[in-house]
Design a protein around this ligand. Structure first.
Ligand SMILES: Cc1ncc(COP(=O)(O)O)c(C=O)c1O
Length: 256
């Protein structure tokens, strides 16, 4: 038998429910329980032809529209196949074996998943008993040569937010570290650091259509970053993104 890499063999199995969720109140994946907007359904019906389904998507038009929506240049944004794909691209681009990722604990497990596949090590900074994130401990952990930091804001599963002041503190302290601010739940809190992507060259912001727009079945991640950031990430994405993927932006990255 050909053995997988050690980093892969060590991974804990992720066991999501693979069937039997239809017709039930599904809260386990943070899906929108009232369904997708009828406007989206109408738009999809309009374009859904056998030819459309048979073609790899053309990204440029959608990218321009989304860039306008997010207030960034198209070249500052990548489209990815969901936030998960954006996270994988960050690991493919920046993580060597032994590199450190700093995350709040607990948080969305996918950062750890792709980081460990790349052979990286995880440092978790625990929330205090009032579910506040001790930002000074995050900063201290980052200063010990972290390669990247992942901050879901708002966080999953705590539902807590980190103030913009604290995010700025982290960004300044982590000038040589990639800082991903995952704004998958931005629409539930309204605070964003997306405009900072031009100010902080180490910042990547992701947004997703999944939770707010209730479209996980056709997820589009848009991450916006500055061109410096998108520059290094883009080559790892097979020409902007894989032919079947959606959007991700980089240097101030937005994913949606
Ligand atoms: C914090 C966070 N980021 C990203 C995602 C997944 O986003 P996507 O469906 O775009 O991969 C989730 C889904 O649970 C999440 O909780």
């Amino acid at each position: 038998m050909v053995r997988p890499r050690k980093a892969v063999a060590r991974l804990k199995k992720y066991r999501p429910p693979l069937e039997g969720r239809g017709g039930k109140m599904r809260l386990d994946f943070n899906e929108n329980t009232v369904g997708c907007s009828p406007v989206v359904v109408r738009a999809l019906r309009r374009v859904l032809t056998s030819d459309w389904l048979a073609r790899y998507p053309e990204y440029e038009e959608g990218r321009k529209i989304l860039a306008k929506y997010f207030g960034v240049e198209p070249k500052e944004m990548l489209l990815t196949n969901g936030t998960d794909d954006a996270i994988k691209m960050i690991c493919d681009t920046f993580v060597d074996p032994g590199d450190v990722l700093v995350v709040p604990a607990p948080t969305f497990p996918v950062y750890q998943f792709f980081h460990e596949i790349a052979g990286g090590r995880l440092v978790g900074v625990r929330y205090d008993e009032d579910f506040r994130l001790p930002i000074e401990k995050m900063v201290a952990a980052v200063k010990k040569r972290a390669r990247w930091v992942a901050l879901a804001n708002p966080n999953n599963p705590t539902g807590t937010t980190v103030s913009k002041k604290d995010v700025a503190t982290l960004l300044r302290a982590a000038a040589g570290t990639v800082v991903l601010v995952d704004e998958a739940y931005f629409e539930f809190c309204g605070e964003t650091v997306l405009p900072w992507v031009r100010k902080f060259p180490n910042l990547v912001v992701t947004r997703t259509f999944s939770p707010r727009h209730s479209k996980p079945s056709s997820t589009r991640v848009t991450s916006a970053g500055t061109s410096k950031r998108c520059g290094p990430i883009a080559p790892s994405s097979a020409g902007g993104s894989t032919p079947w993927a959606s959007p991700m932006c980089r240097v101030p990255p937005i994913l949606s």
